[in-house]
Design a binder for this molecule. Structure first.
Ligand SMILES: NC(=O)c1ccc[n+]([C@@H]2O[C@H](COP(=O)([O-])OP(=O)(O)OC[C@H]3O[C@@H](n4cnc5c(N)ncnc54)[C@H](O)[C@@H]3O)[C@@H](O)[C@H]2O)c1
Length: 378
């Protein structure tokens, strides 16, 4: 039995949204042991939370720089091997860069950085480090998203000609309409979130899903943002027309003010022979649409699924798996990579996805600022 991988956690404290998803996901396939980290910026909260979740406090550090300093003093056989970065966006780049420069593997939340320039610097640092870098576009871990990717790659839809991805949430309605509240959350503060709120936080997932499932790249885009209020510096809604080829076009619709919407990520890929439709709130079904055949519903865990999809299910068909399992599949792929085992390139999003994502976010902001003009993605 392989030894567990020593995992450190940065951010993701008891007060956070995403911490529990990573902690649970890292445990699901028995690959990791959480040995230390910096859960919160405040040391007392940090220690209190470590005690609460039973992580030994001797490797809970007062800040990230101390973590690096102290861990580097330990023999490699004891040192943290991989760190998960679950902090607000502006800390992703400095943390990931220093981790890579010191030879650690990295699992990083999206958006990867706050600018394309930082993303490219990180890409160089990653090349030099030669360690594993994964970006947690969580939804790529769902078995039926993987199934779409494999079937599209095998030509089941024929030539893709139209893509439509939507990511609609409504949660910012409770904040944005109140002047005091809208200046108090980090997702609406450019210093902490980067240049975009809605597109950087969720539109980038929709973008990644299109490139992940089709294997195509967005070549150019035109974006229209809504900021809702004059004093609000960040987009809370945006629509993006995209071109992936001369006759391959589509749209990304993204909103944090889509009233009543919860986590409405949905993607449809239309090809000349058929189409696939998938919705995150109902993730165990892929609908196959046809102009000549009845609607087909594909489900996980069956022998008709691809190897990549089946690698992401743990139980026989009919036992629904969800978002924790999806993230766990990403952690599973990373564990294989860290151990030097064979893995499929679709098992976890990479540095390249991070650079593409930052290119997308910057291009949408440029397009909107230029007066809604077409912008080429390099
Ligand atoms: N993959 C996904 O689907 C998904 C979903 C939600 C959030 N995210 C991403 O996860 C990241 C965190 O989002 P969140 O919603 O959990 O944020 P959050 O504000 O709920 O939590 C952030 C956590 O980071 C901690 N923190 C802040 N500064 C720190 C520092 N200097 N050192 C250590 N810890 C520090 C905070 O104490 C808190 O525990 C963001 O980058 C976000 O985009 C991804």
């Amino acid at each position: 039995m392989a030894k567990k991988i020593r995992l450190g956690i940065l951010g993701g404290g008891g007060d956070s949204l995403i911490g529990i998803l990573h902690r649970v996901a890292s445990q699901i396939n028995d690959n990791y042991e959480i040995v230390g980290g910096v859960f919160n910026a405040n040391f007392e909260e940090n220690i209190a939370f470590a005690k609460q979740i039973d992580v030994p406090t001797n490797r809970i550090y007062k800040d990230f720089d101390t973590l690096i300093e102290e861990e580097m003093k330990l023999p490699e056989s004891e040192r943290i091997q991989v760190c998960s970065i679950l902090t607000p966006n502006f800390l992703h780049f400095p943390m990931a860069k220093k981790l890579l420069d010191n030879g650690f593997h990295v699992i990083c939340e999206k958006p990867m950085t706050t600018s394309l320039e930082e993303a490219k610097i990180l890409q160089e640092a990653h090349k030099k480090a030669g360690t594993v870098f994964a970006l947690t576009h969580t939804y790529t871990g769902y078995p039926m998203v993987r199934e779409m990717r494999e079937r599209i790659k095998a030509g089941e839809l024929g030539k893709v000609h139209k893509v439509d991805a939507q990511y609609y949430q409504g949660w910012i309605n409770t904040i944005i309409h109140d002047k005091a509240k809208r200046s108090s959350v980090w997702r609406l503060d450019p210093e902490k979130a980067g240049i975009s709120s809605c597109m950087g936080d969720i539109g980038v997932h929709a973008f990644n899903m299109i490139e992940y499932t089709t294997g195509l790249q967005v070549k150019s885009l035109l974006c229209d943002f809504n900021y809702l209020y004059e004093d609000n510096k960040m987009d809370v809604d945006g629509t993006v027309l995209i071109r992936l080829g001369d006759h391959v076009k589509g749209v990304i619709r993204s909103s944090q003010v889509a009233t009543g919407e919860e986590n409405g990520l949905a993607i449809t890929i239309y090809g000349e022979k058929a189409a696939f439709k998938w919705e995150q709130e109902n993730p165990n079904y892929v609908y196959k649409l046809s102009d000549t055949e009845p609607l087909q519903v594909l489900k996980p865990g069956h022998a008709y699924n691809s190897k990549l999809s089946l690698d992401g299910t743990k139980l026989p068909p009919g036992h629904p798996e969800g978002i924790f399992d999806s993230m766990a599949n990403i952690y599973k792929g990373v564990a294989k990579a860290i151990r030097g085992e064979n893995y499929n390139s679709g098992e976890f999003p990479t540095m390249l996805d991070g650079v593409r994502g930052m290119n997308f976010i910057e291009s949408t902001v440029a397009s909107h600022k230029n007066g809604n003009t077409w912008v080429k993605m390099e």
